[in-house]
Design a protein around this ligand. Structure first.
Ligand code: SF4
Ligand code: SF4
Length: 220
């Protein structure tokens, strides 16, 4: 008898779980049924990449000190830093620098750890090529800045969902003056500064000068 009741209980629990999972799945479907389709007529129209998009790396040859930190922090030791030691000046002389974007995983470690900030991530994502070896960029190719979607005259930039005003899901025909739903990182920073949650460089300067004057007073 107890075995039969346990079986009925298990069956009921599984049926309730199945119904809940089904409802969750269908809720996503019904939510999308209310939305209009978004078609981007690429390459004439392009979505604006997000602020922290990790695209092709930009490199500044003149700022590089050939320290090879980028190689050591890269998960696959990818950047090739070609340098020679000048015996007279006892300094490294940089000859060439290259990154193979056919292998790079765009993790951004090299950019994060470079001590002279000569590496940066751009919003360039169009890296398709017929030959993967052509994706091995030397310092000249790495030094080129890409044309951004918003400044390219041949492209109609479309705002991504994060850039759209609240309640708007279709980027076509949205006036550029309408504010987006989310806040920009600099707007959040300004709000935090106004609320006193974070210190600014000016605050630090004021604090250090006041502590210096206190020290002077106590010494006097
Ligand atoms: S970490 Fe920066 S400075 Fe050092 S070799 Fe790499 S790119 Fe050059
Ligand atoms: S982005 Fe990552 S994988 Fe690519 S070169 Fe830099 S550290 Fe290496």
């Amino acid at each position: 008898m107890f075995g039969f009741l346990k079986q009925v209980g298990d069956y009921t629990r599984e049926a309730v779980d199945a119904a809940r999972n089904l409802t969750q799945g269908l809720s996503v479907t019904f939510d999308h049924m209310k939305r209009r389709p978004v078609t981007v007529q690429y390459p004439y129209e392009k979505l604006i990449p997000s602020e922290r998009y990790r695209g092709r790396i930009h490199y500044e040859f003149d700022k590089c000190i050939a320290c090879e930190v980028c190689v050591r922090v890269c998960p696959i030791n990818l950047p090739v830093v070609d340098w020679v030691m000048n015996k007279e000046t006892k300094k490294k002389e940089l000859r060439n620098y290259s990154i193979d974007f056919g292998v790079c995983i765009f993790c951004g470690n090299c950019v994060e750890y470079c001590p002279t900030n000569c590496l940066s991530m751009t919003e360039e994502y169009e890296l398709a090529a017929f030959d993967r070896h052509s994706l091995n960029y030397d310092n000249v190719a790495l030094g080129r800045l890409p044309t951004s979607v918003t400044t390219d005259p041949s492209v109609q930039p479309l705002r991504e969902l994060v850039y759209l005003p609240a309640g708007e899901v279709h980027p076509h025909g949205v006036s550029p003056d309408r504010p987006r739903a989310g806040k920009l990182p600099e707007q959040i920073l300004e709000e935090l500064k106004a609320a006193g949650s974070i210190k600014t460089a000016e605050d630090d300067g004021r604090e250090s000068s006041s502590s210096a004057s206190n020290e002077e007073e106590s010494a006097g």
